[in-house]
Design a protein around this ligand. Structure first.
Ligand code: ZN
Ligand code: ZN
Length: 454
């Protein structure tokens, strides 16, 4: 550039170096800012269980609540308030009628087959799960090769969905102790090809709640034990130096309520077991009448006390349940605390249960979250359909279509990071570079004009 001053030449050179190194600069920034998230589900953890213990026995849960975001009355979950429908809702943001896993056991009239939660081969068979929903592990992996998801026992994680499995996953094995599950999940965060999204499933306190009831001392002991598992996870993350970067959500699928034996109802006293087939059964029943029995079954069931019987088309819209082929022509929902037995089954072997109307507060699960994406705040509650959109926001990725609302949970979330991120790079650095370039052009032009005059 003959004629321009030395200082202008230096500035232009610096600018060129910046522009030439732009790709490396972007790559570096984008990899540094991949958010990390752990989603923990402790099965059957009712929203108010922590109030049953002194703070010293639940110090880790208390720490998350005091220093993070939480819901004082838990979350409203989806109907049916059972394990599988709600675990799928948590990771897809969809109601049961939209994701299709309508109960722990159900009949698919197209497949002419029954799905059962305890059938391991069905848990990895994508035909039951891959019907349109997009789990968060797929959404995360779609957003970039450097994003990986890991699942320790999350229900449905072993079934290919949208052509993908989690980058790392383990299928449910109830014999594996809880701390070992934590060890494996944390090891994936610090491995050579680390995950940035981890899902962890713990099958308690559900079992204890069923067996001994939600008001039992065994339940209280189990909550204390689970506080220890949470503490173990926090310490493990601290030991590996990643605690400060981790966003963690601790939640559950449903609550639990007492089911005293005096509230048992035997449906066989009202309708012959030969007239229908039934799935799920207690306290919510999907009933398929045998051919030509539909009308009489419906009428007979309506005489049963302490239950509500719906024809499929009359299931209330607020259940978000009837628009699935896997919901049978008749749905029976017991009133809170009541138990149902069908087909000569032994009634009510447990003293606690769930599955009831999702407006019944005993069915609502706990929610707490902690980490760089979360404010220190307590809200009253929200829907568990909102958790998927929340996770997509925390992970800084676009969510798939879902039934949740990000605005419903924004009160718990910090605005997107405003320093060091890619957004700032584009919206602040680029305009500055362009302004400097324009000023240099003007300066060079004036310098040339003044040289001509001389
Ligand atoms: Zn459950
Ligand atoms: Zn259960």
């Amino acid at each position: 550039m003959p004629g321009t001053s030395v200082s202008v030449q230096i500035l232009v050179s610096v600018l060129l170096i910046c522009l030439l190194d732009w790709n490396g600069f972007v790559k570096c920034h984008s990899s540094v800012t991949i958010p990390k998230l752990i989603l923990v589900s402790m099965d059957g953890f009712r929203w108010d269980y922590l109030t049953k213990l002194p703070e010293k026995d639940v110090s880790n849960f208390t720490f998350l609540i005091r220093n993070g975001a939480s819901a004082s009355k838990g979350m409203k979950n989806v109907f049916a308030t059972k394990t599988l429908p709600n675990h799928v809702t948590l990771v897809t943001g969809l109601y049961a009628e939209s994701h299709g896993i309508v109960a722990n056991e159900f009949y698919d009239p197209d497949f002419k087959e029954v799905y059962e939660i305890n059938n391991p081969s069905q848990m990895v068979d994508s035909k039951w799960y891959d019907t349109g929903p997009e789990p968060i592990w797929v959404t995360n992996q779609k957003a970039g090769e450097e994003r990986r998801s890991g699942s320790v026992f999350w229900p449905g994680c072993g079934a290919v969905q949208k052509g993908r499995l989690p980058s790392k996953y383990l299928l449910f094995d109830k014999r594996m102790d809880f701390n070992t599950r934590v060890d494996i999940l944390v090891s994936w965060f610090v491995s050579k090809e680390p995950i940035n999204l981890g899902l962890l499933y713990i099958n308690e306190p559900d079992h204890t709640g069923h067996k001994y009831g939600p008001n039992s001392t065994n339940l209280v002991k189990k909550i204390k034990e689970l506080d220890g598992v949470l503490g173990y996870l926090i310490n493990k993350l601290k030991k590996h130096g990643i605690w400060d970067d981790i966003n963690i959500i601790v939640t559950s699928d449903h609550g639990m309520t007492s089911t005293p034996a005096v509230k048992d109802i035997n449906i066989d006293n009202y309708i012959s077991p030969n007239k229908y087939r039934v799935w799920t059964g207690n306290p919510v029943a999907l009933v398929l009448p045998n051919k030509n029995e539909s009308q009489s079954d419906d009428e007979a069931l309506k005489k049963v006390p302490h239950v509500t019987v719906y024809k499929k088309q009359d299931i209330p819209a607020y259940y978000h349940y009837k628009n699935s082929r896997r919901v049978t022509p008749i749905l029976v929902v017991a009133d809170p605390h009541y138990s149902l037995s069908f087909n000569k089954s032994v009634v009510n072997k447990t003293v606690g249960n769930h599955g009831y109307n999702n407006s019944f507060s005993d069915m609502h699960p706990i929610f707490m979250a902690h980490g760089p994406a979360f404010k220190n705040v307590t809200v009253e509650g929200f829907s568990n359909t909102d958790v998927y959109a929340m996770m997509a926001y925390v992970l800084n990725i676009p969510p798939a279509a879902n039934n949740g609302s990000l605005s419903a949970v924004m009160a718990l979330l910090k605005p997107r990071e405003s320093s060091g991120g890619i957004t700032v790079t584009y919206f602040v650095v680029i305009p500055i570079v362009l302004c400097v370039a324009a000023l240099l052009s003007v300066a060079a032009c004036r310098h040339r004009k003044s040289s001509h005059r001389l």
